[in-house]
Ligand binder design. Structure first.
Ligand code: GLV
Ligand code: MN
Ligand code: MN
Length: 412
């Protein structure tokens, strides 16, 4: 089997998809169920159909493009990722796994290979938490990690419910039907940019992911007392933003003092109400993103944040309410899929290292119903979630070669 990637075609497609965006190039913004997301999906489906794949969409919009195998009843092999992009993002996060997956399939078709098991290229809905405040919505539902009833309660900031939004995007049918049975996939492999600097620093072209870190996210609302910035004297203040400031530092401390560099905490959103120069903040909304490779340590950091919440509320006489949006367990990748990826690297004489994924991915949730592993390629300076995110064409090509080789062995 001779695997020849059409690198020019793939890079041209990545560039073309990047132009379907709500941000000015080179930035990419593609929020789930926006007209831009829908345009990008239609563009993608047209390419899959051109490659002879059978396209199916589920009730949440997860899109499956299937290369039917010679044994259609056998459990399929999956690959794929996402094309939604956070505001002011780059071109490669998720896209390399989706368009790279398509190129891997076309490459195998070109080589004359015929899979025994069907191969599904999956475009997952809303890997990014931008719209609904929770990431990996499509794969959470697919894997049964999130019950349909919980998804039905989701809404965006404007108050549009998930149910309304998916209906207007043309996705109908019960959300209950999205969950796939255990055993539906024999294997799942996701190609992705590293989103960190290690491969580039070590000058190694590929990383095989052995573990995916455990993410958690919280929403915190602080209620104090507003008033006139001149009239209310300091001893009488219950300033919600000052309480938030203390809490943010405690959240940082919770990660810094965990005893491991793997614990990371981020307050990415801080909304202040009423947000006027001469008005004491009466209400603040914060989001917390907390991750670790070790679940016990991640949970210990969560407990420390909880203790800080209680003591700051008491000290400053404000109300601080915390809602856990998600607190997911880490995933261990499958030794068998790791072995398939390693063998593919060796066959093509490509050096690789084992890696931990500190970002979360749809693979985290696919691991609940199928053996998974991920393949990382370098990205310049480790940059991601920013417009200057960049992966070199030769690195993308190497990733696609190994993905194609692995899909061939797993589907045989
Ligand atoms: C995914 O985009 C993440 O935030 O890890
Ligand atoms: Mn991302
Ligand atoms: Mn991603």
């Amino acid at each position: 089997m001779n695997i020849v990637v059409d690198r020019e075609r793939l890079i041209a497609e990545i560039e073309e998809l990047a132009l379907i965006s709500d941000a000015q190039a080179p930035a990419v913004t593609r929020v789930v169920f926006s007209p831009t997301d829908m345009k990008a999906r239609a563009w993608f489906i047209a390419r899959c159909e051109k490659a002879g794949l059978q396209v199916r969409r589920d009730a949440i919009g997860n899109t499956f493009a299937r290369w039917v195998g010679s044994d259609p009843a056998a459990a399929a092999v999956g690959t794929g990722s996402h094309i939604d992009a956070i505001p002011n993002a780059g071109k490669y996060d998720g896209v390399v796994g989706v368009l790279g997956g398509l190129e891997a399939i076309r490459t195998l078709q070109q080589s004359g290979f015929h899979p025994k098991r069907s191969i599904d290229l999956i475009l997952f809905t809303s890997e990014e938490p931008t719209r609904f405040g929770i990431g990996c919505l499509g794969s959470r539902l697919l894997s049964g990690t999130m019950p349909a009833a919980a998804a039905k309660k989701l809404a965006d900031k404007e108050g549009n419910s998930l149910e309304q939004l998916r209906a207007s995007a043309g996705f109908s049918g019960p959300l209950e039907d999205v969950k796939l049975p255990d055993g539906y996939y024999r294997a799942f492999v996701e190609l992705h940019i590293e989103q960190g600097p290690l491969l580039e620093q070590k000058k190694i072209p590929l990383g095989i992911v052995t573990d995916i870190a455990a993410p958690a996210s919280l929403r915190i609302t602080i209620e104090g007392s507003g008033g006139h910035a001149g009239g209310v004297l300091m001893p009488d203040r219950r300033d919600a933003l000052c309480a938030a400031a203390e809490l943010i530092i405690e959240i940082e401390n919770a990660a810094r003092s965990s005893g491991a560099v793997d614990t990371v905490a981020t307050v990415g959103i801080c909304e202040v109400f009423p947000g006027a120069v001469n008005s004491i903040p009466s209400q603040v909304h914060l989001t917390v993103d907390l991750r670790d490779t070790n679940l016990a340590r991640r949970d210990a950091a969560m407990r420390r944040i909880e203790a800080a919440r209680q003591s700051i509320a008491l000290k400053r006489q404000v109300s601080i309410v915390e809602e856990i949006v998600n607190a997911d367990a880490p995933a261990q990748c499958s030794p068998e899929i790791i072995a398939a990826l390693s063998a593919a690297c060796s066959k093509h004489r490509l050096p690789f290292i084992p890696m931990v994924s500190r970002a979360y991915h749809d693979s985290l949730f696919m691991s609940r119903i199928a053996p998974v592993a991920m393949l990382f390629i370098p990205c310049r300076n480790g940059y991601s979630h920013r417009p200057d995110e960049y992966a070199a064409p030769e690195d993308i090509e190497r990733g696609v070669v190994v993905l194609a080789e692995s899909l061939a062995s797993l589907s045989s």
